[in-house]
Ligand binder design. Structure first.
Ligand code: W6P
Length: 367
């Protein structure tokens, strides 16, 4: 019918990767609306086809539901008239879309977990499929958030330094300190009040150019992403550290966060001394189906205590890093500890959206 033909047509077009500079420049509701109106139908259409490319997707309740949500998004945005003099109808559509998208990530994670157990799909293929889908989800969320922020500036958005969800003078050391406080609170909640981890935040300012001896590192970025990534890394390091401390008390095991930067990059290293990740488990860290936590911690977590950090936390963190051109790596030192390296682009002209590979729309072999 009409809708399916439109979906196929829009899915065949190229989404445009936007830079942080373009996101910051789209300050007026008219500009943000134009960006969203051009990009969203293409991106939703490609996700619809990405689901349809899965054999037997209709047998999964969650996949059918996500397919329906994306189809409604597509239809709503195609049917609304974009009139820059009267944006209220467009605003309503974007608001509806934002409400619809809330459960997409847990639903897809569940769907793929079931698929894997049921049909023996390869884990690497599933990680790829979900990475593509969620990366796109981060981008469309950015577009709708920036539009809403420009259309309905609230108290937070009006605060200085902010354009929508972007802080153009984001202070990474400050965010690391906030994340460290939050992680220590989670440890006390999850274990008990006596459990504690030491977390040190240091920033490297030892360079020779004027850029590198500045007193505080600042760069345009989405503070929410950075906080999410740091809390996720620290949850993992902290849990492993507490467990190592319980096994072998008396040994000091501080977690050290180091923030460094030059003109073009910001880098953050999180170093724990909790014994490392066994080599055979290294790839599982990036899977959406496994936990690095013990079974007991996991069961505890399923009741709503947010320490175990298993499931989508680490793979999503890597996607947030990649979304604007960055990267996240983990290196284990067996028997000693684990080092996480986060790299972020510092220049708004170089911080460019990474988009899912085109093949994600058509490839259907998951084995
Ligand atoms: C560990 C296991 C882990 C996962 C992710 C990040 C840090 C760490 N440390 O021992």
């Amino acid at each position: 019918e009409f809708l399916q033909a439109e979906v196929v047509f829009f899915a065949s077009r190229e989404p445009k990767s936007i830079t942080l500079r373009q996101i910051l420049d789209a300050k007026t509701p008219e500009q943000a609306a134009n960006l969203a109106y051009r990009e969203l139908p293409i991106r939703y259409a490609q996700r619809i086809l990405q689901i349809e490319a899965l054999p037997e997707w209709q047998a999964s309740r969650e996949l059918v539901e996500v397919h329906r949500l994306y189809s409604e998004n597509f239809k709503d945005i195609r049917l609304v008239e974009l009139d820059v003099k009267e944006l209220e109808p467009f605003t309503e559509v974007i608001e509806t879309i934002k409400g619809r998208m809330k459960e997409v990530i847990p639903m897809l994670a569940t769907a793929m977990r079931n698929l894997q157990w049921a049909d023996g799909y390869s884990e690497a293929a599933i990680v790829q499929w979900l990475d593509a889908f969620f990366l796109s989800r981060i981008g469309t969320e950015m577009l709708t958030s920036q539009y809403m922020a420009s259309a309905k500036p609230d108290a937070v958005a009006l605060r200085r330094r902010r354009v929508g969800v972007v802080d153009f003078a984001c202070d990474p050391v400050n965010i690391c300190e906030q994340a460290a406080r939050h992680a220590r609170k989670l440890v006390k909640q999850h274990y008990d009040e006596s459990a504690d981890v030491e977390i040190v935040v240091e920033s490297g300012v030892g360079g020779k150019s004027s850029f590198e001896i500045e007193s505080r590192i600042r760069f345009p970025y989405v503070p929410n992403y950075l906080f999410y990534i740091m809390v996720e890394l620290l949850k993992n390091s902290a849990r492993a550290t507490v467990e190592a401390q319980q096994e072998n008390p008396g040994q000091r095991r501080p977690i050290v966060i180091t923030v460094g930067a030059d003109r073009r990059e910001v880098a953050i290293r999180v170093w724990d001394q909790a014994g490392g990740i066994p080599f055979h488990a290294a790839e599982k860290v990036w899977s959406y189906m496994y936990s690095t936590a013990s079974k007991a911690a996991r069961e505890f977590d399923e009741q709503g205590t947010p320490l175990a950090g298993y499931g989508v936390g680490l793979p999503l963190s890597r996607l947030y890093a990649r979304y604007l051109g960055g990267a996240l790596y983990l290196q284990s030192m067996p028997g000693v500890g684990t080092c996480a390296y986060l790299y972020l682009k510092r220049l708004e002209s170089e911080a460019r959206e990474e988009l899912p590979e085109r093949s994600s729309v058509s490839s259907c072999s998951l084995v």
